[in-house]
Unconditional design. Structure first.
Length: 233
């Protein structure tokens, strides 16, 4: 027996509408977005994906890479290759291969870089509820070098950086590359090109690493800092 009194009559549709919760539309087909869900490695296992096995062992085709990253189910090598998969410049690919092979599990340039970054993030978190990925990446770069941080720190505000007020004193090519990449990430305007960053005669390995890691941070957020493995799983 139907739960509708008007079942099978012209008034059935009206009765269904009257039974809906006020101010809510009728449920239909679509995507369900779960906010704040904590993913485990089992939740994002590749064999449960609709694209499996087409994308097997190829994270460049992964549809849920960010979710797998949050579940710590993506390795360093995969995330780097996925991020730069559309760039074919030879020197960049060469330096990325070297970066992957030498990655020791530490996302920061050194302990002082980590300390400067974590200190400013703690301060920001007290007054800013959500720090966007681009701002995180910009702070990551500006804290990578002590002198650059000394020049930049007075011009950093709650959610933005006044680059025009930062006076660069006798800056070398490495600091200049970090500064210009930070400015590019922060403003969305291209102040430096990837082929310049990939030039070994201009940019040393430590600076190249900081820039690549900042790009990962700008794309994936703070979860990427926890990546510790360097080879494919």
């Amino acid at each position: 027996m139907s739960k509708l009194f008007m079942y099978g009559t012209r008034l059935q549709e009206f009765e269904e509408m009257m039974m809906l919760v006020p101010n809510f539309t009728k449920r239909g087909k679509g995507l369900i977005v779960l906010k704040g869900f904590s993913f485990s490695q089992e939740d994002v296992a590749c064999q449960f994906c609709t694209e499996y096995p087409k994308c097997k062992n190829d994270d460049s085709k992964c549809l849920v890479l960010s979710e797998r990253l949050k579940a710590n189910a993506v390795c360093y090598e995969s995330i780097v290759k996925n991020t730069f998969k559309d760039f074919t410049e030879y020197n960049l690919k060469k330096r990325l291969r070297k970066l992957i092979s030498e990655f020791n599990g530490d996302f920061f340039c050194d302990s002082r870089h980590r300390q400067r970054f974590e200190n400013i993030i703690k301060i920001k978190n007290r007054v800013v509820k959500n720090i966007d990925y681009q701002f995180l990446a910009t702070l990551f770069l500006l804290t990578a070098d002590h002198e650059l941080w000394e020049w930049s720190n007075p011009h950093i505000y709650l959610t933005k950086i006044d680059f025009k007020s930062i006076h660069l004193k006798g800056i070398d090519t490495n600091r200049y590359a970090i500064y210009q990449t930070a400015k590019t990430i922060s403003t969305g305007k291209e102040y430096i090109k990837l082929n310049e960053i990939a030039d070994e005669s201009l940019i040393d390995d430590k600076t190249f690493q900081a820039i690549v890691h900042a790009i990962l941070l700008a794309k994936y957020g703070q979860e990427v800092l926890s990546i510790a493995n360097k080879k494919s799983l």
